[in-house]
Design a protein around this ligand. Structure first.
Ligand code: PGA
Length: 256
């Protein structure tokens, strides 16, 4: 794992944007795994300002709420179009987000996995982390080998996401999410976490044992996982000084 600690979410997001920008420069038809929530907002804003060429890019989003139409204000479809897709030249046919209204969920999930494989696999997967260690909507106790499927949200996650729905009662219980195994198959992972609420989950994921009770901890087994944090999210890391030294003293050819 590479742990990158920056003073602010803005500085951390700028680094993440450079990583994505570099990938699109090297591979214009890259396949991106995208995340929603408050964490990637600054990154998406930065990517829009970079005026990259998205015409050959393919995207797969991590998750969507079951029961929400794509035009529901709290749907992740709406989130992605409003915050990224409508500001760049991506082809609509290349955008993939789980369908919250699909009737046959298991069949849809198998197809989603197949579409990722047919696209050649995901080059870089963006991730946030829940304060309980979830990645995508893989809540604690998720199988670390899971594939795209239906999951039930914890009350903690429903409370965290309540604002978008105008109250916790309105937050769906069920979601479709890429599995932990799906995420582990991606070529590179870029997990971002900001703020003190994430500090405990980040420390457990990075420095604790690998456990389904903190699904992000499986990233210790991912060959190329970058964890980009602001200072507040890094406060419980025991080796923070070491991570800072490593980043500040990288050889030029390794820098982003
Ligand atoms: P957040 O969510 O970015 O809204 O904090 C992160 C997550 O649940 O993965």
């Amino acid at each position: 794992m590479e742990i990158i600690i920056q003073p602010t979410p803005e500085a951390a997001s700028a680094i993440a944007a450079r990583m994505v920008g570099r990938l699109l420069g090297e591979k214009p038809d890259a396949v991106l795994g995208l995340a929603t929530g408050s964490t990637p907002l600054l990154l998406y804003r930065e990517l829009v300002q970079m005026k990259l060429d998205w015409s050959c890019v393919t995207t797969f989003n991590l998750d969507e709420y079951v029961g929400l139409a794509s035009d529901h204000p709290a749907s992740y479809h709406r989130f992605m179009w409003e915050n990224l897709f409508r500001h760049v030249n991506i082809a609509e046919k290349n955008v993939h987000i789980p369908d919250g209204l699909v009737q046959d969920i298991p069949r849809f999930c198998r197809r989603y996995e197949m579409m990722i494989r047919v696209a050649g696999g995901i080059d870089i997967q963006l991730l946030g982390i829940g304060s309980d260690g979830h990645i995508g909507f893989n809540e604690p106790s998720s199988s670390l080998a899971s594939r795209t499927r239906i999951k039930t949200l914890t009350e903690q996650t429903r409370a965290h996401n309540a604002a978008a729905f105008g109250g916790r009662e309105q937050v769906p219980h069920h979601v479709i999410t890429m599995g932990v195994g799906t995420i582990m198959d991606t070529r590179q992972v870029l997990l971002m976490a900001f703020g003190p609420d994430k500090a405990r989950a980040v420390a457990e994921a990075v420095e604790g044992p690998i456990t389904a009770m903190n699904p992000a901890s499986i990233l210790q087994l991912h060959p190329v996982a970058k964890i980009v944090l602001d200072e507040a999210a890094a406060t419980h890391l025991r080796k923070a000084d070491y991570y800072r030294w490593v980043y500040d003293n990288k050889p030029n050819w390794q820098k982003v």
